[in-house]
Ligand binder design. Structure first.
Ligand code: AMP
Length: 579
């Protein structure tokens, strides 16, 4: 496919914020794409060169891109800068300076993709100049529109706003004529976290190829998630005899071991290995298996006192600089709770009990790699006691697991059930909202230029963000200023794609940041679109306040879902106390 054709689709996608329109534009695009380039087109639609876990980054800030534009257009850098200051969009600047029709052969999608990949792989001495040279060369071979999109892609500002579920449905429509393949594609995606690979497998081997996809060391598996209940008795009713584990409040880690090589992935499939050298070491030395994929919760813990630090301390370890000092100050312990792969064998379909027994076998005692504490029981009182003990040790609560359940990648269901501590007058759990806009400040907040945030939850059935709260408390003055800066970076003139809102904030922003919010209860509301019915009644959070700002471990699609809110609303009537 010619890159110019892909650009036509990008233009169409950009001009709509309606998901259904995006879906039909994309399915038409996928019908036209060749089998061997579908993966590249998918990555470009996802606004990345490779799935995030491969850690591929172009590494060109706006300044360098301005230089490349200047070089391609044969003009002074200062002239380019001037236009950038006026237009505020590097893509439009490139388009303006490269308006001469290109004389060379038209660019193919594969050529542009390979060039961008080469730029990302350029490192070492003189790499900055070589990157600029390569990009300038690519821009001089492109026409004005192509230059607009290449430039936006390079500076990370494509903002098509397409979600993975929409891509999967469009792929299904392109191949099967309807959306029926989505569940199978989703399962394939959950096991390899690489939508390009899923699309390529589908095109080349059909849906049977997707069904054959298995766990693979090096490819993160999308993590299984838990449902909530409010009482120990409900857990026993639901699961009967089950495993009940301590619920640690840290960072979820999926560790991949292949001989001496260790990779550690976050909840959203980001590579964290370099941030956690202490954990990588522990996995290297205390795991008796050549190859393994296992999961656990990492927590800053004082080995002497066994005192577990709160999440706010642990999360400081998620950083790129000063890693060694932080590892000394706040060493992590990893509480392992599941084994997904062992020496050539995908274990995800095995029952939990078997996976956990094998995990117990391969962890060598001592050191910072530990097993999550657990009991196996069908006795309500025993669970309540275990819960109380955990709370008194400063833990968050408990996690019950169904003994015969497989590991269902990416799924939230009753195979795992969390029971958290809740105080009177509070919801049973925090709600993770994604910010979609903000309101200018009034009164005291005028000086910050921000007074409240518009928060949304995720409707995973329709790949849409629906509003649930206007949040005006829980941040320090300093953080209000920071939040405004962060949101301004993603500022959009119109309501962003995939956002459903009746409220018009002063500033819209591309859904990017997830905040954990505590509220007194979920109430019915005609203002918000979360679960809005035909009578115009939806759900809102009462007295929302920010508990944890910027959940670095969550993508917008990892926000609490509308379905979860519906269940939490039903549960809150029953109280909120754990017993
Ligand atoms: P939540 O983030 O409140 O939905 O709770 C689910 C999270 O609890 C998981 O994603 C893990 O990060 C964490 N967790 C802590 N302890 C456990 C455990 N024993 N088993 C599973 N997940 C756990």
């Amino acid at each position: 496919m010619l890159f110019a054709h892909l650009v036509e689709y990008f233009e169409k996608l950009e001009s709509t914020s309606k998901r259904l329109e995006m879906f039909s534009i994309l399915s038409e695009l996928f019908q036209r794409v060749e089998k061997d380039e579908i993966d590249k087109v998918i990555y470009l639609c996802e606004e990345q060169l490779q799935p995030p876990f491969r850690g591929v980054e172009i590494g060109m800030a706006e300044k360098l891109v301005e230089r490349a534009i200047a070089r391609a257009a044969g003009t002074a850098e200062s002239t380019v800068r001037e236009r950038y200051n006026a237009l505020g969009d590097a893509g439009l600047v490139a388009e303006e300076f490269l308006s001469q029709p290109s004389t060379g052969a038209p660019l193919a999608v594969a050529t542009v993709y390979e060039e961008l990949l080469q730029i990302s792989g350029t490192s070492g001495e003189g790499s900055v100049d070589r990157k600029i040279g390569r990009l300038a060369d690519l821009l001089s071979r492109s026409n004005a529109k192509e230059a607009r999109y290449i430039t936006r892609f390079v500076v990370g500002n494509l903002r098509l706003g397409i979600g993975d579920p929409t891509l999967m449905e469009a792929l299904s429509k392109a191949i099967a004529g309807d959306r029926s393949l989505r569940p199978t594609l989703e399962r394939g995606y959950n096991i390899c976290s690489d939508l390009g690979l899923v699309a390529k497998t589908l095109m080349n081997q059909g849906i049977a190829g997707i069904e054959r996809l298995e766990a693979h060391v090096g490819n993160p598996i999308r993590m299984a998630l838990a449902e909530r209940l409010t009482r120990a008795a409900e857990i026993v009713e639901k699961l009967g005899r089950c495993s009940v584990e301590s619920k640690y409040d840290g960072l979820r880690c999926q560790v991949h071991k292949n001989g001496n090589r260790i990779d550690i992935f976050s909840r959203n499939q980001e590579r964290m290995t370099d941030m956690f050298p202490d954990l990588a070491d522990a996995a290297r030395t205390h795991l008796v298996a050549e190859q393994a994929i296992f999961e656990g919760e990492a927590l800053a813990m004082n080995e002497e006192t066994e005192e577990m630090q709160p999440f706010q301390v642990t999360v400081q370890r998620k950083r790129k600089h000063g890693v060694d000092q932080m590892a000394k100050d706040f060493p992590l312990s990893l509480f392992a709770f599941d084994l997904l792969y062992r020496d050539g064998k995908d274990l995800t379909k095995q029952p939990y009990e078997d996976r956990r027994n094998q995990l117990d076998e391969i962890i060598r005692p001592g050191g910072r790699l530990r097993l999550a504490n657990r009991i196996v029981t069908d006795d309500t009182e025993e669970i309540e006691l275990f819960f109380d003990e955990n709370i008194s040790h400063g833990l968050e609560g408990i996690m019950a697991k169904k003994l015969d359940s497989p590991y269902q990648a990416g799924a939230r269901n009753f195979n795992w059930i969390k029971l958290k501590r809740s105080y009177k007058g509070e919801l049973i759990d925090t709600v993770d909202v994604v910010l979609v806009g903000y309101f200018l400040g009034r009164g005291m907040r005028v000086k910050f230029g921000i007074g409240a945030l518009l928060g949304a939850v995720y409707d995973d059935q329709h790949d849409t963000f629906r509003t649930i709260a206007k949040i005006g408390s829980g941040l320090t003055e300093e953080n209000w200023v920071k939040v405004r800066q962060m949101l301004d970076e993603g500022r959009t003139e119109h309501k962003p794609a995939r956002v459903d809102s009746l409220i018009e904030p002063d500033v819209w922003t591309t859904p990017t940041y997830v905040f954990s919010v505590l509220a007194d209860e979920i109430t019915k509301s005609t203002m918000h679109t979360c679960n809005r019915n035909s009578e115009g009644v939806g759900f809102a959070l009462r007295f929302p306040r920010i508990k944890e700002w910027v959940r670095v471990d969550k993508k917008p699609e990892d926000a609490t879902t509308v379905t979860e809110i519906v269940k939490m609303f039903a549960q809150q009537k029953g109280g909120g106390a754990p017993k």
